[in-house]
Design a protein around this ligand. Structure first.
Ligand code: FAD
Ligand code: SF4
Length: 327
């Protein structure tokens, strides 16, 4: 059993200062990822800094229609907020497709962005895993890689998917991650926040060690757009995505004025399908155009022994979502 120091932060500044003094500390929000992984000794924390008492629980609609979401807003509160339900159905649906009611009541916005991969070799604490133990290898590449392993954005070092549903919706909507560290505050574009594994798979995000996420600011909704989240998985609830799509489409008559497509379950980070979007803008949503866009979204995908099916499944997640929205 690992002994842990516990610090209850009463201000953002105090949370950041405590972290600066203790590099092996972790911020504790809902605890639904952190406490499991500390108990498994996968996240070797010496200290947890409880941020639950900070006033970061507000959802504020700004004058331009964008929304400032506090890092401690729970997944349930965000999914059920009237403005989110009306203007960002894709986000509400993505949140409600994740985990279970009990978990969503505890899980926070900041914690969800920072959740760790679900790779079984990462979590078992002893297999070769470059993410957990740099340089030890990757047991998943030639191992059991059917469900939580990616076909896009992989490297010779790591092939784990980013597991979040919420983040896929945010990648489609467009957002900024606002953070506070010892050197001040800054804003990170959501698409730059999660990192590809490359040769440093243990570096998962753009946060510096002592930085705390304080807010996520969602771009204003596209006027008159429709949106939806489609999650394909082994069973209908309490299961991570094998493939998912978040789609937002704004029409001008029969013509696509703007479209955003992001994917989950297939990439090592929440995956924005830029080429697919480009192919659809200015066209009509015919079955042929939708199929072409879906094929472009998975272009360059690299299958592993047990997950080649994800290429077709990822395409179908886009085809079905876009077809439903255009009906
Ligand atoms: C059984 C199970 C099933 C699940 N199913 C799904 C699913 O289907 N879809 C899905 O998307 N997710 C799923 N999840 C993951 C769940 O959504 C995350 O565990 C949750 O969102 C994490 O939020 P938290 O507040 O509990 O974070 P914590 O566990 O408290 O923290 C997680 C990490 O984030 C860091 N952190 C927390 N807050 C901040 C902050 N403000 N700034 C910087 N760092 C911070 C912590 O230090 C830690 O490293 C599941 C989890 C479980 C246990
Ligand atoms: S896929 Fe990534 S997380 Fe899984 S064993 Fe390989 S290095 Fe570790």
């Amino acid at each position: 059993m690992r002994a842990l120091d516990y610090v209850r932060a009463s201000s953002v500044e105090q949370a950041v200062a405590s972290h600066s003094k203790s590099p092996s500390a972790f911020f504790l929000a809902g605890g639904t990822t952190l406490l499991d992984l500390v108990k498994l000794d996968v996240m070797p924390a010496d200290q947890v800094i409880d941020v639950n008492h900070l006033s970061l629980k507000q959802i504020e609609v700004q004058k331009d229609g964008s929304v400032r979401v506090g890092a401690l807003v729970t997944n349930t509160a965000l999914a059920q907020h009237d403005y989110i339900v009306e203007h960002y159905p894709v986000l509400s649906q993505a949140l409600l497709s994740g985990a279970t009611t009990q978990l969503r009541n505890k899980a926070t916005t900041g914690g969800n962005v920072m959740q760790r991969v679900r790779c079984n070799y990462f979590r078992d604490g002893h297999s070769a895993c470059n993410k957990r133990e740099p340089g030890s290898g990757c047991a998943a590449i030639d191992g059991h890689n059917r469900s939580v392993h990616a076909v896009l954005g992989t490297s010779e070092q790591c092939i784990a998917t980013h597991p979040s549903d919420m983040c896929v919706a945010m990648a489609a909507i467009g957002a900024k991650v606002q953070v506070q560290g010892a050197k001040g505050s800054r804003s990170i574009d959501f698409l730059d926040f999660h990192l590809l594994p490359g040769t440093t798979p243990w570096k998962e995000h753009a946060l510096l060690d002592d930085e705390l996420i304080t807010h996520i600011v969602l771009d204003a909704p596209l006027a008159g757009s429709k949106s939806g989240y489609l999650k394909l998985r082994d069973r209908a609830s309490y299961q991570f995505a094998l493939a998912s799509s978040a789609v937002i489409v704004q029409m001008d008559g029969d013509t696509v004025r703007e479209v955003r497509i992001a994917m989950g379950g297939v990439g090592t980070k929440p995956w924005r399908a830029v080429e697919a979007e480009r192919s659809l803008k200015g066209t009509t949503l015919t079955p042929q155009n939708i199929e072409k866009a879906a094929a472009l979204a998975l272009q360059g995908a690299r299958p592993y022994r047990h997950n080649a099916y994800k290429i077709a499944l990822g395409q179908q997640a886009i085809v079905r979502n876009l077809s439903t929205l255009s009906a």
